[in-house]
Design a protein around this ligand. Structure first.
Ligand SMILES: NC(=O)c1ccc[n+]([C@@H]2O[C@H](COP(=O)([O-])OP(=O)(O)OC[C@H]3O[C@@H](n4cnc5c(N)ncnc54)[C@H](OP(=O)(O)O)[C@@H]3O)[C@@H](O)[C@H]2O)c1
Length: 327
């Protein structure tokens, strides 16, 4: 047996989660049986979608459901070799033994850091790519507004839209994220929704209206975007983070969908499996050419996963929030 640790949910949060809602539990990984592999977790991803699951779907006193990258350290399964990297959705466990179901071998490009497979070349990247191009039906040169533009999904959406020759406005919550989006990511305008009058600033930043509003927040940001939508505009609904801790403001401007003939459509990342080949090829090229830049906030230590998850709702991440567990 191998000593390991797991992140558990020990009580359901009320509103914003707090550290006491979680625990770091000692556990033992069993011996690796016939047909099984033992995997050491290297990087874990904390994501906003995990918060609504804490209300009901996430079992108490069991590993927090979440994804990451691991390395096979023992293999008695012919499909996996020792030393191989795997993408895993096995919950937050430092070391675990599995039959390999639901795990996929990660063939890494040696010229790119491993961590990009947890964002731009991973779940948040394909969410951005499919949400903008497939659901949003983006056309070259359109007028685009992106919420949570300083985060993992939003920063990629905004830069893909720039690659497609669009006028891109980002919404974010701190001045240093505003500066990065303007100076590094090359957005046309960026609004700090916490310090600026959102409706006025958005109208000034999008003088030709909005063809695509990429929705990550809901509430006040959706309300500010709706009156500016152009005829036949699209609102790909990726997320509504302002509602995940409960509460949040109601939306009053949905009537703008009618005469503007706006299409609003939700989606989940797994809808885009058919785009995976094009996505990996495009995104790898854009990362290598520097057309897509990224930021990461990496917390060092397995036990810091709850802090990372909570931090997403406090806007503490620049780009993707990751937990570094081992090299
Ligand atoms: N549909 C899918 O399959 C899918 C997949 C991945 C993600 N998503 C959604 O995409 C959105 C972004 O996810 P992500 O992984 O890229 O996270 P992220 O943007 O990297 O991190 C979350 C960011 O949201 C902002 N935020 C937090 N609370 C907020 C609030 N109450 N109002 C406005 N902004 C708030 C913060 O940035 P500021 O400093 O700018 O406030 C924070 O840094 C989320 O809504 C998520 O649920 C959907």
């Amino acid at each position: 047996m191998t000593k390991t640790r797991e992140i558990h949910l020990v009580r359901r949060p009320s509103g914003m989660p707090v550290l006491a809602d979680f625990s770091v539990a000692d556990a033992n990984a069993p011996e690796t049986g016939e047909g099984e592999i033992k995997v050491q977790t290297l990087i874990m991803s904390v994501d906003p979608y995990m918060r609504p699951r804490l209300n009901a779907d996430q079992p108490l006193n069991a590993p927090l459901l979440g994804g990451g990258i691991g390395r096979v350290i023992e293999s008695r399964n012919p499909k996996f070799a020792e030393g191989q990297l795997v993408r895993q959705g096995v919950g937050f466990r430092e070391v675990h033994v599995s039959d390999g179901k639901g795990m996929s071998i990660l063939n890494r490009d040696p010229d790119l850091p491993l961590s990009v497979y947890m964002h731009a070349l991973g779940g948040t990247g394909i969410t951005a790519y499919g949400g903008l191009l497939d659901i949003g039906k983006l056309k070259d040169g359109e007028q685009v507004v992106v919420s949570t533009a300083g985060g993992a999904v939003g920063s990629v959406v905004a830069q893909i839209a720039k690659i497609k020759g669009c006028h891109v406005v980002g919404l974010t919550g701190t001045d240093d994220k505003v500066a990065w989006l303007r100076e590094e990511a090359g957005l046309d305008a960026v609004i700090n929704y916490k310090t600026q009058n959102l409706a006025e600033a958005l109208q000034a930043a999008a003088p030709k209206g909005i063809d695509v509003y990429f929705e990550n927040v809901g509430g006040a940001q959706l309300d500010a975007a709706l009156p500016l939508m152009n005829v036949h505009g699209r609102v790909p609904v990726c997320g509504m983070i302002s509602t995940y801790n409960g509460g949040g403001e109601g939306v009053r401007n949905l009537f703008n969908l009618i005469y503007k003939r706006v299409r609003m459509e939700g989606f989940v990342a797994t809808d885009f499996a058919h785009l995976n080949g094009a996505f990996m090829s495009d995104m790898t090229g854009w990362l290598k050419s520097g057309q897509i830049k990224y930021q990461e906030t990496v917390l060092d230590g397995f036990e810091r996963a709850p802090e990372g998850l909570i931090g997403l709702f406090e806007g503490r991440n620049h780009g993707k929030m990751l937990i570094h567990v081992a090299d």
